[in-house]
Design a protein around this ligand. Structure first.
Ligand SMILES: O=C(O)C1=C[C@@H](OP(=O)(O)O)[C@@H](O)[C@H](O)C1
Ligand SMILES: C=C(OP(=O)(O)O)C(=O)O
Length: 481
């Protein structure tokens, strides 16, 4: 787990001090040996649904009870942030089932001014959601996070919110945290770029229903990662909040080109959130690692439960593995996926447009390296704006193990043919990025002798990752660097 401490106080003109967090060197190394995963496992809860459920419950008035939540570093950042804005957020154990639940008494649409900077840690989702929420408070709000967060731009969100009066500034003057929000959001028409991150749009969608007049959010350009907006809409609807998604046909300009074509959202004013009792579904992004390992590794046999159909784009992992030729079946009514490679067959490379599935890209890069033929991942520029530039990271790390992989402007090109027989375990860098660590772990189960650093970062989205891998027979050791 990343240990964060405040090491530097950045003084600005009016003598306010802002906390800039630095990571203390504290790296865990995981050494993975060849392993054949087998057994039954329950998928961890969805990170995206948990973030939204915690915020939706905090925005409401009545007590809400969240069952089967994900309690990870990122979702805990959202829980802590909601506390700072005035919600009572408590982790409890359900005495009947012994499972963790979260009880939330919200601030009824009126967030208070946090008494200290809101530290989102490593969580982009938390930063974007809390920046928009800050625009509902009366005073000044400071938002900060770890070194990775301080390099991820929020420029489109700041630009849009600043046009409505939110007065947000980036201390580094580059759209990245630390951010200072001084003003309040006024209702109206919000126009926002959809090509960098859907989280900006989700942030606006969650806050606009609380404004005093109706709002409209217009998306400029392609809306990437759209399923995450659908998750936002689903949670808002469960909380009794109305948001209308519409598609504009656009108007032709003089050159005959379409203007204004695209998705927009209409949000009635003065609404109230009431999420009540809500159960968080399983997480397909987290499930993708073990499902892919089971599809690739001869003799593997995995049954994963808790995976019901939902708005998650990453449920496409089932279609992807099917396309690659895996033996996979999904009982949607029971929420159970079964994958096996008893026959010891090699999968084949695929072409995949990653526009709606950014978080699957590291998993798909490993899938491509160990499959026959070519794998091409396209439409994934937005994957560069995550905890790390994940296109660059996967290209560089898989090259270290002997894979033939090229970074393209919008994706990755992997030659399974040229990689075949050449790959062997190596010391690789997890880059403090949970998804890089978990995808390299499955590569290590195939090559053996793989050493991955910054392995503690699995805490961000899948704290039980190593425990679950042990349960299905993965052979590995962890040590502190
Ligand atoms: O809203 C969300 O919960 C998320 C949206 C996606 O980000 P982008 O919309 O920035 O692609 C995804 O990569 C991230 O892990 C979670
Ligand atoms: C990018 C991710 O999350 P976030 O944007 O919330 O940091 C992720 O979980 O892969």
């Amino acid at each position: 787990m990343k240990k964060i401490r405040c090491v530097c106080l950045h003084t600005v003109k009016d003598n306010r001090t802002l906390i800039i967090n630095k990571r203390i060197a504290n790296s865990m190394i995981v050494s993975v040996k060849k392993s054949t995963p087998a057994g039954e496992i329950t998928a961890p809860a969805s990170k995206s649904y948990t973030h939204r459920a915690v915020l939706a419950a905090s925005l409401g008035k009545n007590e809400c009870r969240l069952s089967h939540p994900l309690l990870s570093a990122d979702t805990k950042s959202t829980m802590e942030a909601c506390r700072l804005f005035g919600a009572n957020v408590e982790e409890k154990t359900n005495p009947e089932t012994n499972e963790k639940i979260i009880l939330i008494q919200g601030f009824d649409g009126k967030p208070k001014n946090p008494e200290k900077p809101v530290d989102v840690g490593n969580s982009g989702t938390t930063l974007r959601f809390m920046t928009a929420l800050s625009g509902l408070t009366d005073g000044e709000v400071v938002l900060t996070g770890d070194e990775s967060i301080q390099k991820r731009s929020n420029a489109p969100l700041l630009e849009t919110l600043n046009k409505t009066g939110a007065e947000i500034s980036s201390i580094q003057n580059n759209g990245c945290a630390p951010l200072v929000v001084k003003g309040k959001i006024n209702p109206g028409v919000f126009s926002i770029d959809g090509s960098m991150s859907s989280q900006f749009i989700s942030a606006l969608l969650l806050v606009c229903p609380l404004l005093k007049e109706n709002s409209k959010i217009m998306i400029d350009g392609e809306l990437k990662s759209k399923p995450y907006v659908d998750i936002t809409l689903e949670i808002a609807q469960k909380a009794g909040v109305r948001i209308y998604e519409k598609q504009s046909a656009g108007t032709k300009n003089d050159a005959g080109l379409l203007n204004d074509a695209g998705i927009f959202y209409e949000i009635p004013a003065n609404q109230t959130y009431n999420l009540g009792d809500y159960t968080i579904p399983g997480d397909f992004s987290s499930a993708s690692y073990l499902l892919t390992a089971a599809a690739l590794i001869p003799g593997a046999d995995i049954t994963m439960s808790g995976l019901f159909p939902s708005a998650q784009g990453d449920s496409a992992i089932v279609e992807i593995l099917e396309k690659a030729g895996a033996d996979i079946s999904w009982d949607k009514e029971k929420g159970v996926i079964h994958v096996s490679n008893k026959a010891g067959k090699r999968l084949k490379g695929i072409i995949w447009d990653a526009g709606i599935t950014p978080d699957l890209v590291p998993t798909l890069a490993v899938l491509g390296a160990f499959s026959d033929g070519e794998t091409r991942i396209t439409n994934a520029e937005h994957v560069r704006f995550k905890e790390t530039d994940r296109l660059k990271a996967m290209a560089e790390e898989l090259t270290k193990i002997g894979a033939v992989i090229e970074e393209t402007a919008d994706g990755l090109f992997i030659s399974g043919e040229k990689s075949k027989g050449k790959m062997k375990g190596a010391a690789v860098c997890g880059r403090d990025d949970h998804r890089i660590v978990m995808s390299l772990f499955i590569a290590g189960m195939i090559t053996g002798e793989m050493e991955i650093d910054t392995a503690e970062s699995v805490q961000i989205s899948y704290p039980d990752f190593f425990e679950d891998m042990k349960k299905v027979g993965a052979v590995f050791e962890t040590k502190q660097n």
